[in-house]
Design a protein around this ligand. Structure first.
Ligand code: ATP
Ligand code: MG
Length: 227
């Protein structure tokens, strides 16, 4: 059993939160005590109106709202820049403590990243924290969320390549806004698997109420088996 998975994406707004919420919902429906955690959110006034609140609402995870997020910034900027303006920069020790706390009360934790894979979380004279430092500190494998449409081959291959260069394991790719009637979407799925060597483990159509797994989610997510 693995303790959790880090959900990153090919960029901001690709649907990490949408996909994470449906993944959490699917795990909860399978009887798994799933949790959610996000290190830093920018551009929200409260936890409830942020990514964390959305995931909690859609998935119906039973989790204390106070435990799902460590840093909340009001400015809709990269966390490092929001912290420069608002203060309260991210401390890696606090993230580790907060993540451990969610782990103690859940069977499996979905951790959502901020932005794409190249995301400065803190950048000042005292500390530099990039997103990959958090993934490594949490000792997690990753899932990459990519849009199914035009431009995704480039974005998905570059994201997987960056993660490979940082020695971070990619368990699978999830294609969001996927339309099975689109020749381009079907070809994007095929080409991404060929060029990255990583399986597309699930698809999420536009406005989907459920995620469609192309693998056994328990084996892939909870047991870390990759076929
Ligand atoms: N499959 C989908 N069907 C309908 N709407 C979607 C879908 N995926 C994403 N969206 C919408 O697109 C917007 C961006 O999605 P989302 O917030 O999940 O992106 P994100 O990658 O989590 O962004 P961020 O980098 O800010 O965390 C949201 O308004 C969301 O509701
Ligand atoms: Mg999000």
């Amino acid at each position: 059993m693995t303790k959790g998975i880090f959900i990153t994406g090919t960029g901001t707004d690709v649907g990490k939160t949408y996909v994470t919420a449906l993944t959490a919902k699917s795990l909860v429906e399978s009887g798994i005590n799933a949790g959610y955690y996000k290190a830093a959110i920018s551009g929200a006034e409260t936890v409830e109106e942020s990514d964390a609140g959305y995931v909690k609402k859609v998935s119906e995870i039973k989790q204390d709202t106070n435990t799902i997020l460590s840093y909340l910034y009001k400015n809709p900027l990269s966390p490092h820049l929001s912290a420069k303006i608002e203060g309260n920069p991210v401390e890696i020790e606090k993230l580790k403590k907060d993540f451990e706390n969610v782990l103690t009360s859940h069977e499996f934790v979905l951790v959502e990243g901020s932005g794409g894979i190249v995301c400065p979380i803190r950048y000042d004279e005292n500390s530099i924290i990039m997103l990959e430092d958090i993934i490594k500190a949490f000792e997690l494998d990753t899932i990459v969320v990519a849009d199914a449409g035009l431009g995704t081959i480039n974005a998905a291959v570059l994201t997987v390549s960056y993660l490979n260069n940082k020695n971070i394991n990619v368990r699978g790719i999830i294609l969001n806004n996927y339309d099975n009637n689109s020749l381009m979407h079907r070809d994007n799925l095929f080409m991404i698997e060929k060029l990255t060597g990583i399986k597309v483990i699930a698809i999420v159509p536009k406005n989907a109420k459920n995620i469609t797994f192309l693998c056994d989610p328990v084996k892939t997510l909870l047991r870390g088996e990759i076929k």
